[in-house]
Ligand binder design. Structure first.
Ligand code: G3P
Length: 218
């Protein structure tokens, strides 16, 4: 499972990159607004910091022409830009047009397996079902993700599935068990994935015993 970090904060991206487990980044206007920097500055900083990994940047226009125009501008910012396009009639049309221009797309705001089916048929490179927000309205986000994985496997669609709107480590575990291509995870949740109380207790004990045994390696 590829790990993307769902953030626009450069310090968080650098940390996950330096841990050696970063495969890409997803942003959206809400995440960019949390950086406290002008959006373009924040986006360029990310693109330069991880030049070989995909970075999703979202369009703001909602009409076909506007989305295509914005996508072309965003694509100029770096070779690793992926254009996030909202799942709408106009958005799906834009995905097809952008594919013809070799611009990579990530269809966002996907909440059902039928929407994901349409996204794949439009030729999207990525589709982002929002697991947590589906849970928020009383439905089963992981269940819908499972449906999407199943449907895509039946038809060998090449669109990669990004499990998005991940809220906690159990979501990540369920994604991994289902074999999803990618999970885009908030930084705090990635940090939590490292943690286990028995690791801390075990390390403390080893260090105490190393002192007792007078172990010094260098
Ligand atoms: O990648 C999409 C994601 O950022 C949405 O997450 O927590 O706002 O539902 P959330």
């Amino acid at each position: 499972m590829k790990i993307f970090v769902d953030t626009a904060k450069i310090e968080e991206i650098k940390k996950v990159r330096d841990w050696g487990i970063l495969d890409g980044v997803t942003t959206n206007p809400s995440l960019l607004s949390q950086t406290g920097k002008p959006w373009k500055e924040a986006a360029l900083e990310i693109l330069k910091e991880i030049p070989n990994k995909p970075v999703s940047l979202e369009v703001i226009a909602t009409d076909f022409e506007g989305m295509v125009k914005e996508a072309k501008e965003l694509a100029k910012m770096g070779d690793n830009v992926v254009i996030k396009i909202p799942f709408t009639y106009e958005g799906i049309k834009a995905v097809k047009a952008l594919k013809a221009e070799n611009i990579k797309t990530n269809v966002t705001l996907v909440f059902s397996s039928l929407q994901a089916l349409i996204a794949a048929k439009s030729g999207a490179d990525y589709v982002s079902p929002f697991i947590g927000r589906i849970d928020d309205i009383g439905y089963d986000g992981i269940g819908i993700l499972e449906e999407i994985i199943h449907i895509y496997s039946l038809y060998n669609f090449e669109t990669e599935i990004i499990a998005a709107s991940i809220r906690h480590i159990d979501h990540v575990k369920q994604c991994a068990l289902l074999g999803v291509d990618i999970a885009t995870i908030p930084f705090k949740v990635i940090e939590q994935m490292f943690k286990h109380p028995l690791t801390d207790i075990g390390l403390k004990r080893f260090l105490e015993d190393a002192k007792k045994a007078d172990i010094t390696i260098i």
